[in-house]
Design a protein around this ligand. Structure first.
Ligand SMILES: C[S@@+](CC[C@H](N)C(=O)[O-])C[C@H]1O[C@@H](n2cnc3c(N)ncnc32)[C@H](O)[C@@H]1O
Ligand SMILES: [Zn+2]
Length: 289
């Protein structure tokens, strides 16, 4: 395979990285091997992130479609706002476009969106890149979603992505970095983000005395985005979902409330029944000024 331009830059010298058969490499020969498991480590060493048990629980829960309306809302917003983003691209196809899932976890949302995009015809193909600080996350993601590329990377630091590209960014239940997002996006380039509202899983939060959602979370996100992004869309996605004993255990395990899972076994009302739980998130679309 001849070297293929990628959206990435070298973490050491910031020149473009080219994708080769077995690695990503810059002109100065700094090399980032594509592991046998199908992911690339840009960090050198891994940083704390979600653990393997949390990720396994997250995947099992997401595979049940309990959070499907969230994936659908992301895909709808992407399709709606993509034309204005694509309008800023050069007319000739380039590699300077793709989708970046920052804090991708086990890859569910990027995988969903990639599938939807395959069904509609885009003027140019979008490469799909997932970034997560957890090696366990990118391993799991790479094992399932073969046509995306997953990177171990710290999204709170520099992003190693070519500036002024046109990459929709996904930020789902994950840390945001508006400074780096602004750096890499062209005007009107978008961030699709999902944050929990205070009602999200409130039955479980109350029943198991879990951490509450920070009341000022939404205001804090607006404030962080404010100087370089316009808010183009905001909506609450809220529904009641009957969760089985296994789903409740998985929801608890996949969140920072991991250590409460023992409580589930003790106090889940009746293993034969489902527990009605509120899923409530805010979906936001920001566009670069
Ligand atoms: C709550 S999970 C959400 C995962 C995925 N977006 C989803 O909704 O299924 C948050 C993810 O962000 C990752 N994460 C946390 N801090 C990070 C950082 N500084 N850099 C990259 N990823 C990070 C965690 O490892 C975890 O996979
Ligand atoms: Zn280099």
């Amino acid at each position: 395979m001849s070297p293929k331009p990628s959206l990435l830059t070298c973490p050491y010298c910031e020149t473009p990285l080219y994708e080769q058969k077995t690695d990503f490499r810059c002109a100065r020969n700094h090399t980032f091997p594509l592991s046998q498991k199908g992911y690339v480590n840009l960090l050198g060493q891994t940083r704390a992130g979600d653990t393997a048990p949390m990720l396994t629980a997250r995947r099992r829960l997401l595979d049940t479609s309990a959070y499907l309306p969230i994936a659908q809302a992301l895909a709808n917003n992407l399709i709606h706002y993509l034309p204005s983003t694509m309008a800023t691209l050069p007319s000739r196809p380039t590699m300077s476009s793709g989708i970046i899932d920052a804090g991708c976890g086990e890859g569910h949302y990027l995988g969903h969106i990639q599938k939807i995009l395959e069904e509609i015809s885009l003027p140019i193909p979008l490469a799909c890149y997932g970034f997560d600080s957890s090696k366990a996350a990118v391993k799991l993601a790479a094992r399932r979603y073969h046509s995306a590329t997953f990177f171990v990377s710290n999204i709170k630091q520099l992003w190693n992505i070519t500036p002024a590209t046109s990459c929709p960014i996904l930020n789902v239940f994950a840390p945001r970095n508006f400074v780096e997002s602004a750096h890499i996006l062209q005007p009107r380039g978008m961030i699709l983000t999902i944050i929990p509202t205070q009602k999200h899983l409130h039955e479980l939060r109350n029943h198991y005395h879990l951490l509450q959602i920070e009341p000022q979370k939404e205001a804090r996100v607006y404030k962080q985005a404010n100087s370089q992004f316009n808010l183009s869309h905001t909506e609450v996605i809220e529904y009641q979902q009957g969760l089985t004993h296994q789903q409740v255990a998985d929801v608890l395990t996949m969140t920072p409330n991991y250590w409460h899972q023992r409580a589930t076994k003790k106090t889940f009302p009746n293993k034969e029944h489902t527990l009605p739980v509120t899923i409530s998130v805010r979906s936001l679309v920001f566009q670069r000024q």
